[in-house]
Design a protein around this ligand. Structure first.
Ligand code: KIV
Length: 278
């Protein structure tokens, strides 16, 4: 955010989002850099610095290679670009699973070094104990159930979850445990409408869906998907723009102009002052 815009910052808070259960739908998108954050901030309730930045920004094959340092760097940028939205930062793979104490030390780093208000972690088997530990020590946590992208090496693919009864029951239980442990809201990723509805009706915290139907209390998308930056769009994404096409056309036009010596023109050129005649 530029220095002229230093007016009082009044952000949405964790209790504000928590209070939206069953009310006005929560608008959340991922965000990774300051200029985009500045554009998105007036329109969104929550900006998630997702570890999807591994693929969306750094060209990694999955989120597994994302580090705490990367999350902090992008988190700082998004905080500089925002003044209204609640900013939540993903805890990357390997930064919270081993022990609640390690998760606490890493989450404290994230909040202290970025100024963001909350962290998100994928609710695997160890998550409830860790969420409980963090929340009791002053760290707000958003949970994440269903498809867990950080488990790609166990799952082998990013297919939707909960289609078979055993898995469906495990996801429902995981959502209950996540909410009971003190998460202020829960992302539900890649599950059928019936399961998303049951979770949303069962837990007392707002659910935020991605590929999880309109039954959730809010929606989140990866911003690069909804802006059309990739050449492939998953079924659950609506493309609101074609930035890949726009950027391609703009760069091709620039390249043509440079090669044809049409750029820069006189208006885009500095000239030295004419000497004043005596
Ligand atoms: O990292 C991310 O973008 C996420 C969303 C899929 C919710 O966790």
């Amino acid at each position: 955010m530029s220095s002229q815009k230093q007016e009082t910052i009044k952000r949405l808070t964790v209790p504000d989002i928590r209070a939206r259960k069953g009310g006005q739908p929560i608008v959340m998108l991922t965000c990774y850099d300051a200029p985009t954050a500045e554009i998105m901030d007036p329109h969104c309730d929550v900006l998630l610095v997702g570890d999807s930045l591994g693929m969306a920004v750094h060209g990694l094959p999955s989120t597994v290679g994302v580090t705490l340092e990367m999350m902090i760097l992008h988190g700082q940028a998004v905080m500089r670009g925002t003044r209204r939205a609640l900013v939540v930062i993903d805890m990357p793979f390997g930064s919270y699973e081993a022990a609640p104490e390690t998760a606490y030390a890493n989450a404290v780093r994230v909040l202290k070094e970025t100024g963001a208000q909350a962290v998100k972690l994928e609710s695997g088997a160890t998550a409830p104990a860790t969420i409980d530990y963090l929340v009791k020590r002053g760290i707000p946590v958003m949970g994440h159930v269903g498809l867990l992208p950080q488990s790609i090496n166990i799952d082998g693919s990013f297919r939707a979850k909960g289609k078979e009864e055993g898995e469906r029951a495990r996801i429902l239980q995981s959502a209950r445990d996540t909410a009971d442990a003190g998460a202020f809201s829960v992302v539900i990723e890649g599950v059928a409408e019936g399961l998303a509805r049951e979770i949303t009706e069962t837990i007392d915290k707002p659910t935020i869906g991605i590929g999880a139907s309109a039954a959730c209390d809010g929606q989140v998308l990866v911003v690069s998907d909804m802006l059309g930056l990739f050449d492939w769009t998953p079924k659950f994404v609506r493309r609101y723009a074609d930035l890949r096409g726009e950027i391609g056309r703009a760069v091709a036009a620039y390249a043509d102009d440079v090669r044809a010596r049409r750029f820069p023109a006189e208006v885009e050129t500095y000239f030295s002052k004419k000497p004043v005649s005596p």
